[in-house]
Design a protein around this ligand. Structure first.
Ligand code: SIN
Length: 269
């Protein structure tokens, strides 16, 4: 396989790779590329739902999202669907998948099924680059903090999910600067969709610093933009990146199939 970086801080395109014919050495290289680049895209794949599930299971057990609509034929796969009459999209703000869980998802694998004629890109931002770009003073302060994450934003989301009330859980608490579980790299771990406040701080006290961190974390130099093509499959590491689905294709449908893979509890850097 050949790996070409998409930007200075995050993302890589892998060529000469068929995701359905990966031997163990090939899979180890793919996993290492994911940990180095935060997001990898592999183009022109013919990934059936069975092959999508089999690929995910090589990373770990599947963590079925409790808010998304499952694929009727393959309930381990979540549909990320935009209908032509929708003005908002699932994931249309910067976020980290499943940060509201005590052991948040490790990676997500998204396969393009129906693409709009233009737009519908996904942006990714590196949370290790964001951490490195902070001053030593703020790094030191943040290393002593934990933050509360909640799934409550799904109650107000207007993107065709209609979650059942029994799906909601108690908030989870994670270090603000985590050590990446596989590489040990420090990563900023707060996001605008699910982080409510710093532990022991009120929501109002937390808001100014969180707002600063969200703006800092998604600076262009820490991010890249993925343009989907038929057959594209992207894999991202939710401890290392945040992502944002761009809602710029009003009047057109888009359908992606997503699998999230189980992660682990997160430790402070
Ligand atoms: C998501 O937030 O997982 C969806 C990303 C996308 O649809 O591009």
């Amino acid at each position: 396989m050949e790996i070409t970086k998409l930007s200075g801080a995050v993302g890589a395109e892998i060529t000469n790779l068929d995701l359905t014919r990966l031997d163990d050495a090939g899979f180890d290289n793919l996993r290492s590329a994911l940990f180095s680049h935060g997001m990898v895209v592999i183009r022109a794949q013919s990934l059936t739902s069975e092959a999508h599930i089999a690929l995910a299971e090589r990373f770990g057990s599947i963590d079925v999202n409790r808010f998304f609509h499952p694929l009727p034929t393959h309930p381990m796969i979540a549909e990320v669907r935009t209908k032509p009459d929708m003005s908002k999209v699932i994931g249309g703000t910067w976020h980290t998948d499943h940060s509201y869980d005590p052991a948040p998802a490790m990676c997500s694998i998204l396969a393009a099924r129906v693409l709009p004629p233009f737009g519908g890109d996904t942006l990714f931002a590196s949370m290790s680059a964001a951490y490195m770009g902070l001053s030593e003073g703020l790094k030191n302060t943040l290393r002593g903090l934990r933050a509360v994450h909640s799934d409550s934003s799904f109650a107000e989301s207007n993107v065709g999910l209609d979650p059942d009330r029994t799906a909601f859980r108690e908030p989870a608490v994670h270090p603000v600067i985590i050590a990446h579980p596989d590489t040990g790299a420090p990563c900023l771990y707060v996001n605008g969709d699910f982080t409510l406040n710093f532990e022991g701080w009120s929501v109002e006290e937390s808001a100014p610093l969180l707002s600063y961190l969200y703006a800092h974390a998604t600076r262009p130099e820490y991010s890249c933009r993925l343009n989907w093509q038929p057959g594209s499959v992207a894999i991202w590491d939710n401890r290392l990146v945040q992502h944002f689905a761009c809602a710029d294709y009003a009047g057109h449908a888009r359908l992606m199939h997503r699998i999230t893979v189980e992660g682990q509890t997160l430790s402070a850097f």
